[in-house]
Design a binder for this molecule. Structure first.
Ligand code: SF4
Length: 249
């Protein structure tokens, strides 16, 4: 008994008490801060492996950014990555961070479908579809349910069948081989089905953008309820994004 108490004291709290306010470690790359310093913008854009950097003014599309850090390594005065993990939004254009903009990313309240907050505020079951993913985002989504992040405390869980789910979470760039499986999963999910894109690959195709091995017609033709950037997505980014969507403070 005494040994058990000693172990419990030694381990301390295993869970993060407040997922909305916890600080991410300094090495985490979250929302970029693009300063006013003058630099060779063309050279800056050229070093980006995913074409996420646009110029005049300098902008970074977080839906394309692989968070590799090359831009901030070569142009440290111009681009710094903050540890702000709240990157999710439901408006695609808001993923583009512009020079001088320091406000956090937010959701457009009037774009959230009314049924989402009405039905899912207390319980949200999600089916994850890895559509050509590399298992990195999938691993992080798995971590959302561990004792550390404990997403289940909000009633948010991943389930085994789309028939038991309220929506789908897509990871990966959507390969041709997974296109019909994705459609079948979506069709099997009861209305009003939520669609969440988790990670750079799902949002834009990432480094595979434009590849003939992809079939992104599902993404193009359906309404996306939430875009969650990251490469891979951090559990704090995912959980905070979903909480914002369903209206939990
Ligand atoms: S961190 Fe993002 S924007 Fe910067 S070079 Fe890498 S992919 Fe491009």
């Amino acid at each position: 008994m005494i040994n058990t108490i000693k172990i419990l004291r030694h381990q301390g709290k295993q869970f993060i008490p407040d997922l909305r306010k916890v600080k991410a470690p300094g090495i985490f790359r979250g929302r970029p801060d693009i300063g006013p310093e003058v630099c060779d913008e063309k050279a800056l854009a050229e070093i980006c492996p995913t074409g996420a950097i646009m110029i005049s003014p300098v902008r970074i599309d977080l839906g394309k950014c692989a968070f590799c850090g090359e831009c901030s390594r070569i142009f440290p005065e111009k681009i710094k990555f903050t540890t702000d993990y709240r990157l999710a939004t439901n408006i695609r254009e808001r993923l583009i961070v512009t020079e001088g903009r320091i406000e956090p990313l937010t959701l457009g309240m009037d774009v959230i479908r009314k049924e989402i907050r009405k039905f899912f505020r207390g319980s949200l079951k999600l089916r994850q579809v890895s559509a050509g993913g590399d298992n990195s985002c999938e691993l992080e989504l798995n971590a959302c349910g561990n004792v550390n992040f404990d997403m289940g405390r909000f009633g948010i869980e991943f389930v085994a069948s789309p028939r038991h789910a309220d929506g789908i979470v897509i990871t990966g760039p959507v390969s041709k081989n997974m296109a019909s499986a994705l459609q079948i999963t979506y069709d099997a999910t009861p209305t009003p089905k939520i669609i969440i894109l988790a990670g750079t690959d799902a949002i834009s195709g990432g480094i595979f953008e434009g590849s003939p091995a992809l079939d992104r017609s599902f993404i193009d033709k359906n309404h996306i309820d939430l875009y969650i950037p990251g490469n891979p997505v951090h559990p704090l980014t995912f959980i905070n994004g979903v909480l914002d969507l369903i209206g939990i403070k």
